[in-house]
Design a protein around this ligand. Sequence first.
Ligand SMILES: C[S@@+](CC[C@H](N)C(=O)[O-])C[C@H]1O[C@@H](n2cnc3c(N)ncnc32)[C@H](O)[C@@H]1O
Length: 247
Amino acid sequence: MRHYETQYDAIGRRFEESKTTAAFSAADTHTLLTALDAIGGVKGLDALDLACGYGHNTRLLARAGAARTVGVDISAEMIGLAREHDPHGTEDITYVVADAADLPPLGAFDLATAVYLFNYAPDRAALHAMFRCVRAALRPTGRLFAVVPNPGAFPHVDWSPYGVRILDRIPEGDAPLLKAEFLTEPPVPFEFREWPHAEFAEAAVEAGFASVSWQPARTPPPDAVRDEAFWAAYRRSPVSSLMVCTA
Ligand SMILES: C[S@@+](CC[C@H](N)C(=O)[O-])C[C@H]1O[C@@H](n2cnc3c(N)ncnc32)[C@H](O)[C@@H]1O
């Protein structure tokens, strides 16, 4: 596999397959949208979607009425896929290929989202740089909403009913390397770092965020395929949590 910071160039379209089918992704989207509703929505806000991938959340922000929407991803392949979703530019989204640990000047934002960005920080220096870059991009009243994986699952918890499986945990560097696969058909391998939530909070405070709070994963309404028992089990060992930082 290529170095895991650019692994999404190779994953490409397979990630969209995972995102649109995996239960944990449905929960992540529900968690994020519920939290954004609770602050009054995004209408009129300038929004920056970091690690935007193929633009799933970026488009949700734009369609919810964000004034200016920018999506950033380190993978040129993923940004290409994001642009394919809007070939005529009618969504009014600007996509930029950039490392979130070394952002170019993009202007000032009221809101930043980062759904699975920070777990791809290869080391502590990069993790801190990412938080500093987000903080610098936010206005004084700005907020960051970050979906981050919950640590400590492997080898105790099996997330495979929810669309992802951890295969190995290798202690090395500043945070253990997790080898995982998205459970598409066939599965897609990927790797990320298992940062403790306290490290995220420390990096946010060091970057100048005034407050850090946490929200548990929320789950979508049950349906015929994923009933209440399914989602209740998910809420007992969810893949992620929502981190909210105020500038
Ligand atoms: C699991 S995907 C999530 C994509 C999107 N947030 C979503 O929820 O659909 C993780 C994304 O993070 C991107 N990424 C990883 N490291 C990054 C970095 N240093 N800067 C910007 N993007 C990064 C990858 O290229 C990939 O598209």
